[in-house]
Design a protein around this ligand. Structure first.
Ligand code: HQG
Length: 177
């Protein structure tokens, strides 16, 4: 099992399916580090050193430890309903959303919805959004009029790893590029 496979498995556990290794997250999304290590080590080469290396080198800084490293959680991206104490923040005038071509007709009718996750994920620049879109096939970019949404009282949150989150983006705030 490669380092990347282990890291992907950890993201599955901490965002979507802790029961896959028989653990649970608390209401703030924290997992107990000893339980996580024991659970993952049943099927993957895993220990505290590997966990610390994954957290330190993760290309999107997906995870955070608590102060004494007894707890760990994903910074964003959850489908299970946890409150990771996101910071509410005023967004820049424009944010970006990258998606796949196959979703465009539905988005143009419905706007952006969180689907299986808790929030719609928005990027601060076009390049990041293009990379997100590529995960779903041929990428399509939307410019999101985040400043206008904010003026209209929509709430925005900035995750610890720099992803902008909001509950929905109605069609009138979207511009397809
Ligand atoms: C689309 C990755 C039809 C939406 C990334 C997206 C991100 C609709 C897909 C994070 C729709 C959901 C999240 C509508 C939205 N009709 N399709 N009305 N509204 N969609 O994976 O934003 O590497 O749940 O456009 O970098 O792609 O995992 O969301 O294409 O930050 O850390 O439904 O995941 O980060 O797909 O990605 P996802 P996402 P990680």
């Amino acid at each position: 099992m490669s380092f990347t496979d282990t890291s992907k498995f950890m993201s599955l556990i901490l965002r979507h399916k802790p029961e896959a290794i028989g653990i649970s997250l608390d209401e703030h999304g924290w997992a107990n580090v000893d339980e996580l290590i024991a659970g993952i080590a049943k099927t993957h080469k895993f220990n505290m050193d590997i966990l610390e290396e994954i957290v330190r080198t993760d290309n999107k800084q997906r995870y955070s430890f608590n102060e004494d490293k007894t707890l760990i959680r994903a910074n964003q991206g959850h489908s299970i309903p946890v409150d990771v104490e996101l910071d509410e923040a005023e967004p820049p005038a424009e944010l970006w959303h990258g998606t796949g071509e196959k979703f465009v007709s539905s988005i143009d009718k419905q706007g952006l919805i969180p689907k299986s996750r808790l929030y719609v994920h928005l990027s601060k620049d076009e390049e990041t959004a293009t990379n997100v879109g590529k995960r779903h096939g041929k990428p399509v970019l939307y410019k999101v009029k985040a400043g206008d949404m904010y003026k209209d009282s929509y709430k925005f949150f900035l995750s610890k790893n720099g992803v902008w989150l909001t509950k929905e983006v109605p069609v009138k705030y979207l511009e397809k590029i």
